[in-house]
Design a binder for this molecule. Structure first.
Ligand SMILES: *Cc1c(COP(=O)(O)O)cnc(C)c1O
Length: 416
């Protein structure tokens, strides 16, 4: 940018987003219906219909619309019966919302390292974790960036230990594993309609379950746990977690467009893949045999040989430019300089100050006690390594091919 060779690239006039809402018009119709009927609370046709449509789309009998994906995860942790002090095996390289609800209930997340094939929970590390903490009965697993995890392997291990699975499908709505929508694989599953997800309600989420009884419990808990009585009668702790009928109107307008967004995002992913063919990088991987991701975010992983020097403190990053090499910090700073939004990979939970003292298990056994999981570049586990060498690229489904070509050119120049 400073050395002149970049002069032919102009910053984007309107910001190029990582992933921004894409509205279609029907949302406004359903919001207006709610307004005109004065169903402006957490009851109404939009909520009922959004739940019905989500059930049909995912092929799961019960959906409960909630205020956020995080609220859905919290309800799932309660359904799973997590009690204070219980260990819960959790995906490590994920958004904090995957694991925080475990702590809301007093559970103790034990982080499970990531595998390189899908960037999700490593079944081998999970097996090691059961050897270390055999009493554990709950697993929270996320499908990162919309790429399904190795679900069959994880399910087999869970079943062998009598453990239940909370499936965090917040990022993977529309992705399939062995022909089935993600959300079908947990004992309790959660989706999100947060503003940057593949479809959005502006906010919101749902809990999905095959159990009518569990769905009823969540409906009750999420509306302050009122008992059947003429007054406010409470036997259980309650929450204000229900989705608003206005938000549900947006969700209703968006659900029919999920597959369209997915295909647009897939095209973005494919275009990056092609554009970067000659660079020392690879795209976030998936197993095409078992999975069709939703391609929510397109991510890059720089080969070790392609990495220039980069150091990160807790809150800052620096790098040393080098010909033929680059690093996430250089690429992200370059993108930001041209009004395009990228993002580092989710910083693994075991590296977060809040969770640093929690147990963390790698495929080699306990990552804290053993150093044989060492990976070149000073990393001691897979998640840390992907965090160091990876980044999320602008993945907005409204990005034009011409805009994306500029992003590809910028990344290429970082490596020049
Ligand atoms: C977005 C997200 C959530 C939380 O969803 P909200 O609706 O924002 O509360 C949970 N887990 C993962 C992996 C997410 O990306």
């Amino acid at each position: 940018m400073v050395d002149g060779k970049w002069e032919d690239i102009k910053p984007f006039e309107t910001r190029l987003w990582l992933s921004s809402p894409t509205m279609h018009g029907e949302e406004l119709k359903y919001i207006t219906e709610a307004y005109e009927a004065n169903w402006m609370s957490t009851l109404g046709a939009n909520i009922d219909e959004a739940e019905n449509e989500a059930q049909a789309l995912l092929g799961i009998p019960y959906a409960v619309a909630l205020s956020s994906g995080t609220a859905a995860l919290h309800m799932a942790v309660k359904l799973a019966g997590v009690k204070p002090g219980d260990h819960v095996f959790c995906s490590d390289m994920t958004f904090g919302a995957t694991v925080n609800p475990v702590v809301y209930e007093g559970g103790v997340p034990v982080f499970i390292d990531t595998e390189p094939d899908t960037w999700n929970m490593d079944p081998e590390a999970l097996r090691q974790a059961f050897a270390l903490y055999p009493e554990t009965r709950v697993i929270v697993v996320a499908h990162l960036y919309g790429v399904p995890c190795k679900m069959d392997e994880i399910r087999a291990i869970a079943d062998a230990h009598g453990a239940v699975i909370i499936e965090d499908a917040a990022e993977s709505l529309g992705a399939t594993y062995k022909g089935k929508q993600t959300g079908n694989f947990g004992d309790y599953s959660c989706i999100s309609f947060n503003g940057n997800k593949i479809i959005t309600g502006s906010t919101g989420g749902m809990l999905l379950t095959k159990s009518a009884e569990d769905a009823e419990k969540v409906r009750k808990w999420s509306t302050q746990s009122r008992e059947r009585a003429p007054w406010y009668q409470h036997e259980e702790l309650g929450y204000n977690y229900r989705m608003s009928n206005v938000v549900a109107g947006v969700v209703r307008g968006q659900l029919p467009h999920l597959e369209e967004h997915r295909l647009q995002k897939k095209a973005v992913y494919e275009r990056y893949k092609e554009g970067f063919a000659d660079l020392p990088v690879r795209m976030n991987p998936y197993d095409a045999e078992t999975s069709e991701p939703n391609f929510w975010l397109s991510c890059l992983l720089i080969d070790e040989e392609g990495m220039c020097r980069q150091v990160r403190s807790e809150t800052e990053a620096m790098y040393q430019p080098e010909h033929g090499k680059s690093c996430p910090t250089e690429i992200l700073e370059t993108l930001a300089g041209y009004n395009a939004e990228g993002r580092p990979i989710w910083k693994p939970m075991h590296m977060q100050p809040i969770y640093r003292m929690h147990p963390f298990v790698t495929a080699e056994g306990n990552g804290r006690a053993r150093t044989n999981a060492y990976i070149p570049g000073g990393c001691v586990d897979v998640g840390m390594d992907i965090f160091r060498r990876g980044l999320c690229l602008p993945s907005d489904n409204k990005m034009t091919p011409a805009q994306q070509d500029v992003v590809i050119e910028m990344v290429k120049r970082c490596f020049a």
